[in-house]
Design a binder for this molecule. Sequence first.
Ligand SMILES: NC(=O)c1ccc[n+]([C@@H]2O[C@H](COP(=O)([O-])OP(=O)(O)OC[C@H]3O[C@@H](n4cnc5c(N)ncnc54)[C@H](OP(=O)(O)O)[C@@H]3O)[C@@H](O)[C@H]2O)c1
Length: 274
Amino acid sequence: MKNPKILILGSNGKTGRRVVEKLHQKNISVRKGSRKAAIPFDWEDENTWEKALEGIEKVYITFQPDLAVPGALQKIKKFTALATQLEVKKLILLSGRGEKEAQLCEQVLMNSSLEWTIVRASWFNQNFSESFFLDPILSGVMALPKSNVPIPFVDADDIAEVVVAALLHSEHSNQVYELTGPEQLNFQQITTQIAEARGKSIQFVPVSMEDYIAAMRGLDLPEGYTWLIEYLFKEVVVDSNAAISNDVEKVLGRAPISFKSFAQEAASTGVWDA
Ligand SMILES: NC(=O)c1ccc[n+]([C@@H]2O[C@H](COP(=O)([O-])OP(=O)(O)OC[C@H]3O[C@@H](n4cnc5c(N)ncnc54)[C@H](OP(=O)(O)O)[C@@H]3O)[C@@H](O)[C@H]2O)c1
């Protein structure tokens, strides 16, 4: 394979892994941005950034753990400045819908001299199969706050396909895409759909925000993690962040993947078998 000109940060993550797979299917080689890669990349170690960017023209940026955390804006500023200095041409940023701090990070790219695309996504379907909602599903009890707030969950495969389009086609330069799924579902409805897909019941227990956070503190998780989850529930899971966008269809020319179809596919892999 030729020397890769595309760097995918978070290449083992929910969206990055899918972006890598989709580019490989097109015989396009990529440099994997991972702490475990041959040329490692670590957001916590700026000394790794330059080598990872050397010879690269386009970067898909997935920040860890979230663009809303204290210090993220400074890192995105430094990363963008370094990319500019190293003559990268285009940056594509995965951002979070409804997060004010993430939008400040978006502005850094928009105000740079580089081409950019912002992929501003709603919460992912894959949070239930590859992330923090998987364990409660496996335990058979989903105890969550904000149980009636509608959320337009989006599929990581749709996000990855939009990112691939943005990496390969200049018509997506200097665009902000708001990515949502085709429907709004609350946590209760999601729980029912997952239980149906896996053929095994899951009890849904509505809890207050205060009780949820107190329960997380009881689990002895890192304080930064608990802070982030509380922030996300308070800022992102709100009625004003629930509008459906048609940007997936605008970019891909097809409807976004439904939660039901995601759930059937995920169930068939056995990920929800206790
Ligand atoms: N989940 C959602 O619903 C949602 C919605 C909107 C936006 N977002 C945003 O999506 C971004 C995450 O993207 P994603 O969900 O595709 O990825 P992800 O699944 O969270 O990516 C996890 C990968 O990140 C890598 N990683 C962890 N710490 C790292 C560090 N210090 N430096 C470099 N890599 C590190 C790890 O890979 P290695 O071990 O290989 O390094 C891990 O496999 C976040 O910025 C989040 O705010 C998420």
